[in-house]
Write a protein that binds this ligand. Sequence first.
Ligand SMILES: [Fe+2]
Ligand SMILES: [Fe+2]
Length: 220
Amino acid sequence: MKLNQSISDQNYKIAMGRLLVMYTQVDYLIMRAVAERITDAPDDEARLFMAKQVGDESNHVRIQQAWIKKFGTDTTPVFSQLQQEMFLVHFRSLNWLDFLTDMYVCIEALGGEAVEQVVPMADPGTRESLKVPLQDEIDHVAFGLGRLQEELAKLPPAESYAYLKTIESRLDFLDDTLHGMGIDVPGMFRAVGADYQKVVSTVMLRRQQILESLAQPLAA
Ligand SMILES: [Fe+2]
Ligand SMILES: [Fe+2]
């Protein structure tokens, strides 16, 4: 693991550039998927929060775009037009419960955890650019997990337990999808100096913690 890398290292610069472009694309897609969902969110509280989140993600995209320009990296998209469309189609197809799981557990909480792992390796400018986005993500994750908890509490206990079991497979499915897109995530992480195995185990640990936190109130 290499800490605090410098943008004068070309290999680092190319790899971090790709991660920054990918991260910005994901924020942009989150913004669009959440914006679409506002219309049929279950209540005003959710709509108000999601509208705020859409503003946050828009701000993240702006911050990242400005930093990418200064960083001076290749801005070619990591996700093709078709892959971006597939992302939106996927989120459109989900009911509220699955939307909460895929958006807030998979993308926001676990994706965010993976990004956090890169921060110590990053050059100072990149670290600075991630400050506001990662701070806001905490808020987004709290909303999603809280809502997920509420939805699970509404179900008969046997059904909520069964749903918790499916969360694991939903996470695996999304993970496989990313690999299936031919995006070499391990390679990208390694190239910026991260220990990929460590990133994976940290993300898995977080997943375990989330599943336990969701199961706890059900047992009470
Ligand atoms: Fe974001
Ligand atoms: Fe977010």
